[in-house]
Design a protein around this ligand. Structure first.
Ligand code: HEC
Ligand code: HEC
Length: 647
């Protein structure tokens, strides 16, 4: 029979499928050093516009993660490295955008990994131990419950601006610089990198929300399947066009959602918060006037490592908002984000458009030459529509952009580019493009061609060719999969594209080693009060890790000694429940997030005999040598370290 911990272990493993990290690594050990792992990840990604890397890396020497203490006292020599993928993948390569996040600490030789499980529709939490030169790296699915105590959104978390724990803070950058080592090739630059990681974490945090709407919002049965098909087609249209349809069209879309919403989420659907407060770890360090290097020594370390309760990520974060009704625009954009850019490109490039109905719209135009005749501006209109923009000639090619386009009953995206060749006999023909795709209206229609015909010097006409090739896609809707619990974009594209006669590469079969869960070394039957500690604290404090301190690891005599050693800090943390939240110096234990599984909320726990018993025990142990009340008047960092310091 499984005990409570055994059951938790099973839930640590993916219920179905595997993490993207597992697929990335395959059967071999993860590449070492870290720069090799970076190269492996990058190998499947497309370089971003303006030379930006498709993965973003920053350094957090004084952080709030589980690795916060790992580098002490060499915080600046061995900063935590945080990596997020926020760029598109090459065709056929693993989809990693917003789906792979890594934390690395060189001194601890540990990788922490949060990566998406496509089949389960959730993020998996993994740890790689012994990730070092000559090591034997071991990848395990972590104790999910520990991770979720801070990652309450079941996804990545990141600080709010101004990201003062990262080199975005000049004082942090200066101290890192002063160490004078190479940090895995990471530049010690400004705020931009932290901004990108924050944005990726925020998008990632919403993926489970989209999945829950997909599954529970649409519901089961034929209605549910129709709802999901509509959502998919809307997401695909948005992915292709970059334009959201008019309000009226929204109302009609997937109205199963409107009908079922209140029933599925009577309190409103909670949107989880991926942000923890910004914290400047150096803010409370007294100005010594010393150089960064000199001042990074022992006396201030206790200060630096101190994390006041209001900055502690364990602190419960209420939802960002509660949706009382579906926000369809954000839902569609969110689902569209899960469709690979390379899949959109493939569909856009190969959709056979000559079979699709087309329509030609004619305009009268006025042309104006600008910039000494280099540029031609056009303004074209007919009684129900208009289009304006400008183009110029360079190296035998005509290129330009559309400023404004208004067609009755249609919504066009912004930023349409014009691409054509040199005009002949007064006529210039352009194809209309957007973000590497054909430009389209929000309803999916292709903006195929614009022809500009200049007759007199500033007069002329234009014709715009529209083609409804998206109707071919729509006609295949019944080919799309039904009753799918989790939205897997590639699965849907893999059905749709072949139905349209487009070859879609099958995902290669990968054989992975069996998934491993973090083993629990102890401890079924604890004597007396230790059983109570084990029940409420063991999940996080009875482990092979030194952080959070594993004072419950070992046989009964060892644990008694360890609780005694940690008694001041345990007493302080247990007593925090009786302190008004605003006045708490540190987060109470166990953290709020861990109470629900035991059937407590904050109030019932504060008054529970179980809490009184645990506190009573440490109080009695403490009172053998000191006045327990005095413990509570001290600053937490001055209390005796929880674990004996090891060499
Ligand atoms: C005590 C709170 C806490 C716990 C518990 C915790 N984390 Fe985190 N984690 C953080 C914070 C804060 C960040 C963001 C800043 C940073 O990385 O220093 C973070 C970041 C991460 C990142 C980088 C991506 C991101 O979310 O920004 C990964 C990967 C990660 N954690 C994995 C894990 C895993 C796996 C576990 C469980 C074994 C875990 N974490 C448990 C606090 C925690
Ligand atoms: C869900 C995981 C979890 C549970 C359950 C939990 N803790 Fe913790 N505990 C943590 C984490 C993470 C930290 C480190 C962050 C911090 O200091 O707040 C921590 C820190 C502490 C510290 C401070 C350690 C130090 O070195 O400063 C004490 C003491 C503590 N816990 C006691 C307890 C006790 C007692 C219980 C049970 C009544 C408990 N914890 C239950 C996760 C947990």
């Amino acid at each position: 029979m499984l005990n409570a911990h055994g059951a938790a272990r099973a839930a640590d493993l993916p219920p179905v499928g595997r993490s993207q990290f597992d697929y990335l690594i395959g059967a071999h050990p993860p590449p070492f050093p870290f720069s090799h792992l970076i190269a492996k990840i990058k190998g499947g990604l497309v370089q971003q516009a303006e030379g930006l890397s498709p993965l973003k890396i920053t350094l957090i020497p004084l952080g709030r993660s589980l690795q916060r203490a790992a580098s002490a006292p060499d915080f600046f020599r061995f900063p935590r490295v945080v990596l997020a993928v926020d760029g598109a993948s090459k065709p056929g390569a693993l989809a990693l955008k917003d789906r792979l996040f890594i934390g690395y600490n060189e001194k601890a030789a540990v990788l922490e990994v949060i990566s998406y499980n496509e089949a389960a529709g959730r993020f998996e939490f993994q740890v790689v131990h012994d990730y070092r030169q000559g090591g034997q790296p071991k990848i395990v699915y972590a104790r999910r419950e520990i991770c979720l105590a801070c990652h309450q959104n079941q996804a990545p978390i990141f600080a709010r601006p101004l990201w003062d724990e990262t080199p975005a803070n000049p004082a942090i950058a200066a101290r890192l610089q002063a160490v004078g080592r190479d940090f895995y090739g990471v530049k010690l630059s400004g705020t931009d990198i932290a901004y990108f990681i924050d944005a990726a974490a925020a998008r990632a945090s919403l993926i489970p929300v989209w999945q829950s709407i997909w599954r529970d919002g649409c519901g089961s049965g034929a209605d549910g399947d129709r709802c999901r098909r509509e959502l998919f087609l809307a997401a695909l249209r948005y992915g292709l066009s970059g334009a959201l349809p008019s309000d009226a069209e929204w109302k009609a879309l997937a109205n199963t959602l409107d009908r079922r919403w209140a029933q599925a989420w009577p309190q409103g659907l909670a949107i989880p918060n991926s942000n923890i407060p910004n914290r400047d770890p150096l803010a409370f360090v007294p100005e010594t006037g010393a150089s960064p290097q000199q001042s990074s020594v022992a006396p201030e370390l206790a200060q630096l490592a101190h994390i006041p309760a209001q900055f502690e990520p364990l602190r419960a974060r209420p939802p960002l908002e509660r949706w009382r009704q579906p926000d369809k625009a954000r839902l569609i954009a969110g689902l569209a984000d899960l469709i690979d850019a390379s899949d959109l490109q493939l569909l856009d490039a190969q959709l056979r458009s000559d079979r699709a109905p087309s329509q030609k719209i004619s305009f009268d135009c006025r042309f104006t030459r600008k910039d000494k005749g280099q540029r031609v501006a056009f303004a074209c209109a007919n009684p129900s529509a208009s289009i304006s923009g400008a183009w110029h000639l360079s190296h035998g090619k005509a290129s330009g952009n559309v400023d404004e386009i208004a067609l009755a009953g249609a919504v066009a995206p912004p930023a349409i580019a014009l691409e054509g060749s040199a005009p002949r006999a007064g006529m210039a023909r352009f194809s209309l493009r957007r973000s590497g795709l054909h430009a389209r209206l929000a309803d999916g229609r292709l903006l195929e061609q614009l022809a500009l015909i200049q007759s007199a010097s500033d007069q002329g006409s234009a014709s715009l060719l529209l083609r409804d090739d998206f109707s071919l896609v729509q006609a295949q809707a019944t080919q799309l999969p039904a009753a799918d619990g989790v939205f897997q974009a590639r699965h849907w594209m893999g059905k749709l594209l072949p139905a349209l006669g487009i070859r879609y590469p099958a995902a290669p079969a990968v054989k992975l080693p069996a998934p491993q869960a973090q083993t629990k070394t102890t401890t079924a039957n604890r004597p007396g009060i230790q059983a109570g500690f084990e029940r409420m604290c063991g999940e996080c404090h009875d482990s092979g890790e030194r952080f959070p301190p594993n004072f419950l690891q070992g046989d009964a005599a060892t644990v008694t000694a360890q609780i005694d050693h940690c008694a001041e800090r345990i007493y302080y943390r247990l007593s925090m429940w009786n302190v008004n939240e605003a006045q708490r110096g540190k987060t109470p234990m166990p953290p709020l997030a861990a109470l629900a599984q035991h059937g407590y909320d904050a109030t019932s726990w504060t008054h529970a005999p179980e809490l009184a018993a645990l506190r009573g025990y440490v109080e009695q142990r403490l009172s053998r040598t000191e006045n327990p009340q005095r413990v509570l008047t001290q600053s937490f960092e001055n209390l005796r370290e929880c674990l004996p310091v090891t060499p």
